[in-house]
Design a protein around this ligand. Structure first.
Ligand SMILES: *Cc1c(COP(=O)(O)O)cnc(C)c1O
Length: 363
């Protein structure tokens, strides 16, 4: 029996992607072994690897100037790898937009390699973040090596609905928790990264989409394994890639294609978010949604019940009703419903009817 999974990450996977993996597990396409037992240099694995890249390239319309690279190490490695590659003695500064805990962590790692600048923070006096900045608030240092921002703040439930304009400065984004929630213009980014475990598959693979020219400009005096250019030149086969995770990402990408591509995914996601936030607004005297309206995330909805005890009761009763993963992040408490691509409109309808009922019985 599968439950409805609102986990923040690792998160729900689409059932067809899992069923396909189950069916192919012991004997991948008549090869007599599972995909994870194949050489990463063999034809069988390479076809899967290239298909995952091709699916992603098609659905995002990735231009020829850019390339998909599969890495490991998660977003945390990217926090370090970006400054390691792009901060130099001549360009020691980069601008960071702070909109949550992950962007703070990215900034911390950059300090090992240069003198990053906090270009803006939306942290409130209570240490919380309840919005992303408006374009009018942004002042970018034109000599910065890059600008780094977090497109969706998984913990606080805020999201950039319009990406920042930063002039000629290379734009770098941590897109872990909203990558593929809709189509977007990849050409605006010098580099973006996303750990797979939110919208794309299991943990273990990190997708990087970057400008080839930008990657080539990265430092050459750092170990090869940390150079984007080395992985790009080797089609993400410089060393053994996480083959099973890439195979599962391939299954998820094929599922998105079969669903009708990213336009269909976006319609579903907007409908889900509209349903959930409408419920929060309908019961605004009971559920408190701290995020400013224009910054509300379509991927992670954060809210609070009147007391911490009720937060706990809500999560426990929801679990009994077959809905898992609703407890808020330990640092902010409350409830968080993560509505990633694999969560269906029906799943959200079930949560909303549970929320309506909870108000009647506990309000
Ligand atoms: C989950 C998440 C991370 C952390 O990813 P790791 O794979 O654990 O390094 C970083 N940034 C954002 C926005 C996330 O949602």
């Amino acid at each position: 029996m599968r439950v409805i999974n609102f986990n923040p990450g690792p998160a729900a996977m689409p059932l067809p992607a899992l069923e396909r993996a189950r069916d192919e597990l012991l004997d991948f396409q008549g090869s007599g072994m599972s995909i994870m037992e194949h050489s990463h240099r063999g034809k069988v694995y390479e076809a899967v690897h290239d298909e995952a890249i091709a699916l992603l390239t098609q659905m995002l319309d990735i231009p020829a100037t850019h390339q998909v690279v599969f890495l490991t190490g998660g977003a945390h490695q990217q926090f370090a790898q970006v400054p390691m590659n792009f901060l130099t003695p001549a360009h020691p500064s980069a601008d960071y937009f702070l909109t949550g805990g992950w962007s703070e962590k990215a900034l911390e790692e950059a300090r090992f390699y240069g003198t990053p600048r906090v270009a803006i923070t939306t942290q409130g006096p209570d240490k919380r973040y309840t919005r992303v900045p408006t374009q009018a608030e942004l002042r970018v240092d034109p000599s910065a090596a890059y600008v780094h921002f977090t497109s969706n703040n998984t913990l606080f439930g805020t999201q950039w609905h319009t990406f920042p304009e930063v002039g000629d400065v290379p734009l770098v984004a941590d897109m872990c928790s909203d990558f593929l929630w809709r189509k977007f213009d990849v050409s605006r980014f010098a580099l973006l990264y996303a750990g797979a475990q939110k919208n794309l598959g299991p943990s273990g693979v990190t997708v990087v989409v970057a400008s080839k020219e930008f990657m080539a400009r990265g430092r050459q005096d750092i170990p090869k394994v940390f150079r984007y250019s080395v992985h790009a030149e080797n089609n993400s086969l410089y060393n053994t890639p996480p083959t099973l995770a890439i195979y599962l990402a391939r299954n998820v990408l094929a599922w998105i294609r079969d669903l009708g591509g990213l336009d269909a995914v976006e319609r579903r996601n907007r409908e889900k978010a509209a349903l959930l936030y409408a419920a929060l607004d309908r019961h605004a005297g009971f559920y408190r949604a701290p995020v400013e309206r224009d910054s509300r995330s379509a991927m992670n909805a954060v809210f609070y019940l009147p007391t911490e005890a009720l937060d706990a009761t809500f999560a426990a009763e929801a679990l009994k009703a077959g809905m898992a993963g609703l407890k808020g992040h330990r640092s902010v408490g409350g409830i968080r419903a993560s509505l990633y691509n694999a969560v269906s409109v029906e799943d959200v309808r079930a949560l909303v009817s549970f929320m309506d009922h909870f108000v009647k019985t506990h309000g």
